[in-house]
Design a protein around this ligand. Sequence first.
Ligand SMILES: [Zn+2]
Length: 234
Amino acid sequence: MINKQKTFLFVFAHPDDETSSSGGTITKLSKDGHSVYVCTATRGELGTLGTGTLKISRKELPKVREKELTGALNLFGAHPAILLGYKDQELQLIPEKTLIKDISKIIHSINPNFIITFGPSGISGHSDHIAISRSTTAAFKAYLKINTTCKLFYVAISKEASISFNLKLTELEMNPNVIIDISKQFQTKLKALKNYRSQEDAQFLAKMFEQNQMTTETFVLWNRNNNTRISDSF
Ligand SMILES: [Zn+2]
């Protein structure tokens, strides 16, 4: 992939967002010797309370999800999670300035070459995903003034897949220009998703990824214009 060691910062809203959208890529980058950080805004405290025989109380859930996140990042070989400590489904209620300030602080302490987050639709349309996309983009734009080479990418999904999964994405998010082959990291991604035993969504996605053998993860440069050629790497 890349010869020189680079620093990547992934910014998401809930524990498991990183795995479902980018787990294979995070693993691949880490194994290739890059430095990979994941910043997660909430502990997903409003998520489901267990799957199968596992039953968790609402009070215990944040701790459980944090542990699941730690386990996933360990498995991927990434740095320990950076948690912002906000509450699930409350990101849109926080003044955007505050969220931007928090994310900026992390960007400045890590100095990433690449930042990856959700695009404007948040893929699922979740208000937390949309808020994290907006704030990360604003923090990135401010950071560009001191690091002109930093690049921002959004999670993207091909038009075909977006239509078949009935996702309401922006045009940009349906036109990936980075396609990462994660076939060698696929089992690791599935394992990490299944390890999110508290979450029904994670189990559902693991099944869907497995059934459809979804062995690529795709991203798009935030200001891509349609003439940019497809590249196969960050
Ligand atoms: Zn989420």
